[in-house]
Design a protein around this ligand. Sequence first.
Ligand code: ATP
Ligand code: MG
Length: 416
Amino acid sequence: MHRQFHYSILRLLTPFQRGGVIAGGSRIFNKPQSSIHVMPKNFFARATQEKSVFLDERFLYPEHIPEKLPHREKELDSLAYCFKPILSNRKPLNVFLAGPTGVGKTVCVRYVLRQLEETHDRVKSLYLNCFEYNSRASVLIALANFVGAAVPRRGLATDEVFTNFLQCLEKCSFTPIVVLDEVDQLLLNEENSKLLYDLLRVVEYGGKPIGIVLISNDIALISKLDSRIRSSLAQQAIIFSPYTPQQLKEILSERAELAFAKGSYERDVVNVAAAHAAKLGGDCRVALESLLKAGRLAERGNKAKVSVEHLKEAFEAVDAVSLLKVVKHLVKDELVLLKVIAENSPVNSGKIYELYSKSPGAALKERRLREILAKLEKQGLISGVDVSLGNKGNTREYSVKVQGSHLLNEIEGLLK
Ligand SMILES: Nc1ncnc2c1ncn2[C@@H]1O[C@H](COP(=O)(O)OP(=O)(O)OP(=O)(O)O)[C@@H](O)[C@H]1O
Ligand SMILES: [Mg+2]
């Protein structure tokens, strides 16, 4: 009992106080020291006392919107130009943004819209990522609710939701700007592609101005769109090119300076991160994630400085990030199929079905499986080639686009 009391008091004291009290031989602790348990260290108390290499790591988070966006002045200007008519109660220009991954499309749109909303309280934007809003119905429900329709997530026919949206839009007290990011995900299937025709109707025949922003990785998407859609929903096209190594260096220097404590990273760290990202196609997200991961590795190793070695270790895990963005949004059956292909690449569709059927809970019919394979191929996760089986006809052979253990680790993590 007595000893338990000692124990709980000790727990409340910092290591410094504990030592002091015991050394001073206070009246509470004047028992022989051998009777006192040695306390385990408190890992968390130590963590807060330690000097971190980070000043504020949030500046490296992918969703952070920086104060400045160097080397995107032209693109930001063009975007602002599209929204300016709203300030005089006119229709904004609908805009299509395209470019490879990690080149600042999303952050530029968020940046300009934040400024617009700050200066003009009659504008509100709705940002939808079509990995999550990947059907015509889900987008229309989100739109209807945004303009105040209170539509349930289930139960109404999609056309009814659309009518509700139109009615509420007319009464809406603000000008809505709708951003459909990763819009190609919505166009993978014909039924969902109809959403663009819904938006066309709103833009062409609705009385109320509404702004539409479409974002895609696929520069060629614009030429694949029906000409009516193109001239109404993509009145302006802004193409983002990859950053050069020098541009990446400048962007990263600014973010690293804010994120890391002074003197806590080797001079070359930013240069190497920039060169690496440039090699991977000018992707700024890869560079930022590498820096974040390198900083965490330095911390875990209890080092005062982030070194180029930490960064190189970080590259390993971050390389495949651009494709993994797609993986994160796959559902269970899609992940299981991708795993089968990753483990057996190259593998033909018959074999895929056979291996899939052996996995626990496999319930897909062959037809559905073929649809999923087509989707994974369109998303760029796998590639397929037709091969001849001699007199047994043809089959399609699939391989994963990202080799190595990282893809498999990611899939296994998501399947847990
Ligand atoms: N000019 C810039 N200055 C500072 N940070 C930038 C700049 N351009 C991009 N970034 C940062 O790089 C990361 C990737 O940018 P963003 O998410 O906008 O890319 P994206 O073009 O939308 O890529 P994806 O097509 O993969 O969605 C973000 O963290 C963003 O803040
Ligand atoms: Mg984006």
